[in-house]
Ligand binder design. Structure first.
Ligand code: ACO
Length: 317
């Protein structure tokens, strides 16, 4: 016994910025961003808080699941950084949507949603929950340096949510971590302790793009193969792959290595850019609302990101 997804939701800020808009801020072009990443535009907060996005996604998911907030037994938020260090984003969402269950955040960067599914699966296995809300929400535009063209063009803001109920949808799941700060990090701000001689730092995202690129392609191929095998399936059994939306070239290269036809690999990177942990649940919601998936479809989810972490799983829709 684990879970099934009974509702999905998502939310993004009202303002979308195109590559041409960004070319007015940093030395870049629509041509460079499109050919290197597949991104054409991304949603950016002009005042919406992460809490606003997370709550809207949560409410959409609850409505889609025909579930009242009071029915929830657990709320898990995946986020790199909430609006507050404490309370957690999950606690704030719990209060705003009118739930009364335990709530906590997990930080596993881009695979955060898949990490949260694994945590939720444990609760379902122990039979201590019947309904769980997962919200993955990120405000990446507040963490990138808007003077750094190599990173600011890649990211966007948004939130994706799912409501889980008892079921047998999760066929396999795999998480990894290869800890280190050298390839990707977002430093915390140093405080103002009069006793610490800490240097003043810039709390912006640093990424060694080419190295993370290689890691990501290898992870996608390795993890999808492994979760397919763990589920007792073959790659041909996959109906659709929902990969982390970091870069269309990573997705395409990984897909070719797995020999999966293009039409089976789902993307929305063109309009959203990389919204870290919110990528996969947002994609899931956009397609679910179009009734894209059929009952029994086999979905492979895979993601990679800061940590470095990876997560992949097979879900039966
Ligand atoms: N516009 C124009 N030129 C640019 C830009 C830009 N926005 N950004 C970089 N360049 C230049 C560089 O300065 C460099 O110029 P040079 O050759 O004169 O030195 C050139 O373009 C090539 O730069 P690279 O970094 O080698 O470009 P690359 O083809 O690797 O693409 C990218 C960069 C898109 C970042 C790619 O490496 C990538 O997608 N990496 C993986 C990112 C990822 O998956 N992240 C996931 C985790 S995110 C998270 O966890 C929060």
């Amino acid at each position: 016994m684990n879970f099934q997804i009974i509702g999905t939701g998502s939310s993004h800020p009202a303002c979308s910025k195109t590559n041409d808009d960004l070319a007015k801020l940093v030395e870049t072009s629509d041509e460079w961003i499109t050919t290197r990443t597949g991104i054409k535009s991304r949603y950016v907060s002009t005042g919406e808080t992460l809490t606003d996005l997370a709550c809207e996604a949560a409410e959409h998911a609850l409505e889609n699941a025909a579930t009242a907030a009071q029915e929830l037994d657990l709320i898990i938020c995946a986020t790199i950084r909430g609006d507050y260090f404490t309370p957690s984003l999950a606690c704030i969402v719990q209060q705003k949507i009118g739930a009364s269950c335990p709530a906590f955040d997990i930080n596993a960067a881009c695979p955060g949603f898949i990490y949260a599914l694994d945590v939720a699966a444990g609760y379902f296995a122990r039979k201590t929950v019947k309904k769980v809300l997962i919200v993955a929400a990120e405000m990446m535009t507040k963490m990138v340096d808007w003077n750094d063209r190599s990173t600011c063009v890649l990211f966007g803001d948004g939130a994706g949510a799912t409501v889980l109920a008892e079921g047998d949808s999760l066929l396999s799941i795999k998480l990894t971590a290869q800890g280190g700060t050298d390839l990707l990090n977002i430093p915390n701000v140093n405080g103002n302790s009069p006793f610490c001689d800490c240097p003043k730092n810039d709390p912006y995202l640093f990424m060694n793009g080419p190295e993370v690129y290689k890691f990501a392609v290898a992870a996608m191929e390795r993890d999808v193969k492994e979760v397919v095998e763990m589920a007792g399936l073959t790659l041909e059994d996959i109906s659709y792959v929902l990969p982390h939306q970091a870069n269309l070239r990573i997705i395409d290269t990984g897909r070719k290595k797995l020999k999966i036809p293009k039409e089976k690999v789902l993307v929305n990177i063109e309009q959203h850019g990389n919204i870290s942990s919110a990528c996969i649940p947002t994609l899931l919601d956009e397609l679910n609302r179009k009734s894209f998936f059929k009952r029994g479809d086999i979905l492979a989810l895979c993601a990679f990101g800061g940590g470095l972490t990876t997560g992949a799983c097979i879900l039966k829709w």
